[in-house]
Design a protein. Structure first.
Length: 136
């Protein structure tokens, strides 16, 4: 049996000092989730020692990459790009929404908006935007 082709397009998240905290949090929320690899900045490198130079993690089998940028930017995450999660049960959407909204901000509270059985949209504590959907 041939193995699946590697994922060609990967979501890449840039943090400023909180990449490992975010990865650890996200992997705690999803089944089939893990931190795959982490390369940290060492002494005398441009980034703060111990922060994430580059890391790969997976959520529900989908791979993501992240870094801690050592350059301060005038931008951060925006809801114009979000992670869209198709939930399988009402318990799952309720759990994920509550967890991701904690210390974050609610953009659309959980409810029925006519296009799904239940939907919610939040920015999490790191600023990453999530759309959670429970199809009909």
């Amino acid at each position: 049996m041939a193995s699946a082709a590697p994922q060609k397009i990967t979501t890449f998240l840039m943090f400023e000092g909180r990449a490992e905290e975010a990865m650890t949090y996200y992997t705690s929320l999803f089944d089939d989730a893990e931190i795959i690899d982490i390369t940290r900045y060492g002494a005398n490198e441009p980034g703060e020692e111990g922060t994430v130079q580059r890391a790969t993690f997976s959520l529900a089998g989908q791979r993501f990459m992240c870094i801690d940028s050592y350059v301060k930017h005038d931008f951060s995450f925006t809801p114009a790009v979000s992670l869209y999660v198709q939930c399988e049960t009402e318990a799952e959407i309720d759990r994920l929404y509550a967890a991701l909204a904690e210390q974050g901000s609610e953009l659309m509270p959980l409810g029925s908006y006519g296009f799904s059985a239940k939907f919610g949209w939040v920015n999490d504590r790191f600023g990453v935007s999530w759309q959670l959907d429970l199809p009909e």
